[in-house]
Design a protein around this ligand. Structure first.
Ligand SMILES: Cc1cc2nc3c(=O)[nH]c(=O)nc-3n(C[C@H](O)[C@H](O)[C@H](O)COP(=O)(O)O)c2cc1C
Length: 260
């Protein structure tokens, strides 16, 4: 009997990007129920995400803040045809945090640096909707998307740890359901900001003195329960084949992983 759930290479010719495609096939008593393609990524965690990994002979202590280490890792992951490199992030540390949490780069900053030495792999940064304004994240992820020519991804988290609130002037930690209500509105605002420029808005017509088509810039004018954002985004958009699809896949993966 076939396993209920199997991870198998997809049949057929490799895709244009030459990435290896895997699919999850669900069986019931030998009958194929569904086939779903998955993307494979690497969680990069420098000195190690558990307390003792940093003592292993294969790990160079200090790699969590070593740009050369990340350059080599990203190149290796790209050569291995992985779909994305994934950086975790937390908004606090305590004395017992694992080494990688105690001493790590801010993800969007590090991934921006890695755009210079990679060309195909997706670059996924963790960012919290509880401790960032939608305007800032919309702008930062747009910048990463443009720098990487459409390879940015967002692991959207709500920061469930009580200690995090104390780093942002909030005395009280938000409960689970409230955090996810905020996250939903936050994401709605970010998407609205991303959509505020139409794809072909910038015409750069030097002869006529027209920098952009005025009808293609839209204000968001969002007033909700948690956010009030007039909008417009301070950055153009890029239209690439892989960009939007990778961005949405990673984001929805993270949202569904974070939701029950
Ligand atoms: C693949 C994966 C990566 C995650 N990375 C982070 C992270 O970097 N930072 C963080 O605060 N939480 C991270 N989480 C935790 C989730 O955001 C979420 O809090 C957790 O899955 C528990 O769900 P809940 O918030 O509904 O209780 C991650 C979860 C998964 C499955």
């Amino acid at each position: 009997m076939r396993p209920w759930n199997a991870l198998e290479p997809c049949n057929g010719a490799p895709s244009k990007s030459l990435r290896i495609r895997y699919s999850i096939r669900r069986y019931n008593d030998g009958d194929l129920l569904t086939t779903k393609q998955v993307k494979l990524g690497l969680i990069a965690s420098g000195d190690g995400s558990n307390h003792w990994a940093w003592r292993d002979a294969s790990i160079v202590p200090g790699s969590s803040i070593d740009i050369d280490y990340y350059r080599r890792l990203a190149s290796a992951a790209e050569s291995a045809m992985l779909d994305f490199l994934f950086l975790v992030d937390f908004s606090f540390v305590h004395p017992d945090s694992p080494p990688h949490m105690l001493n790590q780069f801010e993800p969007l900053t590090l991934l921006s640096a890695l755009t210079a030495t990679t060309s195909r792999i997706g670059l996924v940064a963790t960012a919290s909707t509880s401790f960032n304004e939608p305007f800032n994240l919309a702008r930062q992820f747009s910048s990463l998307d443009i720098l990487s020519e459409g390879r940015a991804g967002w692991n959207l988290v709500t920061s469930g740890q009580e200690e995090a609130a104390a780093n942002f002037g909030a005395m009280k930690h938000q409960d689970h359901d409230l955090r996810y209500e905020i996250a939903e509105e936050h994401l709605h605002v970010v998407r609205g900001l991303w959509d505020s420029w139409e794809d072909d808005a910038f015409v750069y017509d030097t002869a006529e003195g027209i920098y952009y088509s005025s009808g293609k810039l839209h204000a968001l004018n969002h007033t909700g329960r948690f956010f009030s954002v007039k909008g417009r985004r301070i950055l153009a958009v890029i239209a690439t084949a892989v960009g939007p699809s990778l961005r949405w896949v990673c984001e929805s993966l993270a949202v569904s992983a974070g939701a029950h």
